[in-house]
Design a protein around this ligand. Structure first.
Ligand SMILES: CC(C)(COP(=O)(O)OP(=O)(O)OC[C@H]1O[C@@H](n2cnc3c(N)ncnc32)[C@H](O)[C@@H]1OP(=O)(O)O)[C@@H](O)C(=O)NCCC(=O)NCCS
Length: 242
């Protein structure tokens, strides 16, 4: 995640969707570095780098625009002072998107998150925040940031076994985004958020990484049981048909 990379777009004029990203001058590990050959209709280039203290106002503006909740001042201080893993995508000087995460032991997480893995001694990564400036949404920026984070977590110690996050149950864009990236529903968090005077429900989504198996579901048990019974039956039928 450390270092700087230039990102650019190939843009589908008919569909307002970016077709892909390319990178140059890469001194970090990109998840993909495909060069798109067709001419660029949108010639923006983006810079990926760690957030710094001088980005604080831009971070605050992006969060105020993106979230219905107010973060305390100390949270912003932590985001830009290196206490958390904070990365931004910049359009020139302007902060276009950001992701903030931290890696810690499961036993240091909130009680409601401790069921994510059977062992509380395991490392897990928590995504505190991901936000994209409204004018840059649905262009793959959050995907780019998430892919970069996931590669970093898979390639570097302490190799956390799961990545998780909390999201408002009504945030359909974020739910769709995380599901598309392989995150699974883990738990409901009734009245988890306070938005003004109102309480709102949240939920936890998890993605197991670095070779960790997901929790065994009832469906998994049925499938395994079914296969165990069916396989010998199938073999007998096959033998009888010869
Ligand atoms: C959620 C958010 C980060 C997505 O950022 P983005 O850069 O627009 O996301 P991407 O372009 O990488 O989208 C990837 C996929 O996510 C899903 N998605 C993103 N925005 C969506 C929306 N508004 N509605 C439905 N699905 C959406 C889609 O599956 C999309 O793929 P597609 O465009 O091929 O259909 C952005 O909408 C945002 O900043 N929201 C406000 C802050 C927030 O809610 N953060 C999450 C808090 S946990």
């Amino acid at each position: 995640m450390e270092g700087t990379a230039r990102l650019g777009w190939s843009f589908d004029q008919n569909a307002r969707r970016s077709k892909g990203l390319w990178m140059e001058s890469v001194d970090m590990t990109p998840s993909s570095s495909t060069h798109i050959q067709q001419p660029l209709a949108l010639s923006d280039s983006f810079t990926l780098r760690r957030l710094q203290t001088w980005d604080r106002m831009a971070v605050e503006a992006l969060c105020n625009e993106s979230f219905p909740i107010q973060y305390p001042d100390c949270w912003y201080d932590e985001v830009v002072s290196g206490g958390l893993l904070s990365t931004g995508l910049f359009d020139g000087e302007q902060l276009a998107a950001m992701v903030v995460s931290e890696t810690k032991f499961l036993y240091d997480c909130n009680l409601e998150d401790q069921g994510i893995l059977p062992s509380s001694n395991a490392h897990v990564a928590y995504i505190l925040s991901i936000a994209v400036d409204k004018k840059f949404r649905r262009l793959g920026l959050a995907t780019r940031l998430l892919n970069n984070l996931m590669s970093s977590l898979s390639d570097h110690p302490p190799y956390p076994r799961a990545v998780f996050l909390h999201v408002l149950s009504t945030n359909s864009a974020a739910l769709s985004f995380y599901k598309m990236h392989g995150f699974e529903f883990h738990a409901s968090l009734p009245e988890y958020y306070r938005i003004g005077e109102q309480l709102a429900d949240g939920c936890t989504y998890v993605k197991y990484i670095n070779g960790t198996y997901t929790n065994v579901t009832f469906t998994d048990v049925c499938r395994t049981f079914g296969n165990t019974i069916c396989m010998p039956l199938k073999a007998i039928c096959k033998m009888l048909s010869f």
